[in-house]
Ligand binder design. Structure first.
Ligand code: PEP
Length: 251
């Protein structure tokens, strides 16, 4: 049985005070809720330590949004996997489309980051997704196949047990346009089959594949009801405690 994951990607939102306020609201909201899923929040770096202290003993887990692929060194302004771990992070988002497009992250770099995360006991939330023009050209599966296989190149299956994949069609991120449940399910099914062919059936069965792209309380139930959708990576809607809590409830 795959336990669902609802992860919130806060992006570059919420200073320390706003972060504390949002976390308090989430903690309060979760007191009376038996969440049947894993709940992960990914605040900005500056709020990680405080978030970690606040969620201690609760059901909320901590993730980061990015880190540098090298272990240590002269990389001014960067943050390492070990540093994230020391704040209490358990998860890290890798390969988000904003990192791919705005910060020019390549499949090769993403592959290095996944390796570094795993070597530091951080669980990767590895994002893949096609652009609108790629969907319109009917090359969604080719794009996803390239991103998945390049991102996971040279890994043996034993290494990947803590991996989570997030399918996030780029045209649905922050746009209010959601892939409908059937469109999303088709790609999730494709990813699972791809993993089965290239790794193993057992791993494919246990791998959690999240959907991301304008997930909101009013569409999350239908998306999460799909056979191969094991949770959601939520951007905009995770910044409001009530919306995020309602998405958690729908899981
Ligand atoms: C995201 O950034 O991962 C995301 C899915 O954003 P939104 O929910 O706002 O589309």
């Amino acid at each position: 049985m795959r336990i669902k994951v609802i992860a919130g990607n806060w992006k570059m939102n919420n200073d320390l005070f706003e972060s504390k306020d949002l976390i308090s609201r989430l903690l309060n909201g979760l007191i009376n809720t038996t969440a049947n899923c894993e709940v992960v929040i990914c605040p900005p770096f500056t709020s990680l330590s405080e978030a970690s202290a606040m969620i201690k003993g609760s059901t909320i887990k901590l993730g980061a949004q990015n880190f540098h692929q090298e272990e240590i060194g002269a990389f001014t302004g960067e943050v390492s996997a070990k540093m994230l771990l020391s704040t209490g992070c358990e998860f890290v988002i890798i390969g988000h489309s904003e990192r791919r497009t705005i910060f020019m992250e390549t499949d090769e770099l993403i592959n290095k980051k996944i390796l570094r995360a795993i070597n530091n006991n951080l669980k990767p939330i590895f994002c893949v997704g096609e652009l609108l023009e790629e969907r319109e050209k009917n090359i969604t599966e080719q794009v996803i196949q390239r991103q998945v296989l390049k991102g996971l190149e040279n890994f043996s299956v034993g290494y990947l047990k803590n991996l989570i994949i997030a399918y996030e069609p780029v045209w649905a991120i922050g746009t209010g346009k959601t892939a409908n449940p059937q469109q999303a399910e088709e790609v999730h099914h494709f990813i699972r089959k791809l993993i089965e062919r290239h790794f193993s059936q057992e791993f494919a069965k246990s791998l959690r594949i999240l959907y991301g792209g304008s997930v909101k309380p009013d569409n999350s139930k239908d998306l999460l009801a799909q056979k191969n959708i094991d949770g959601a990576l939520v951007g905009g809607a995770c910044l409001n405690a009530d919306s995020f809590l309602n998405i958690i409830k729908s899981a």
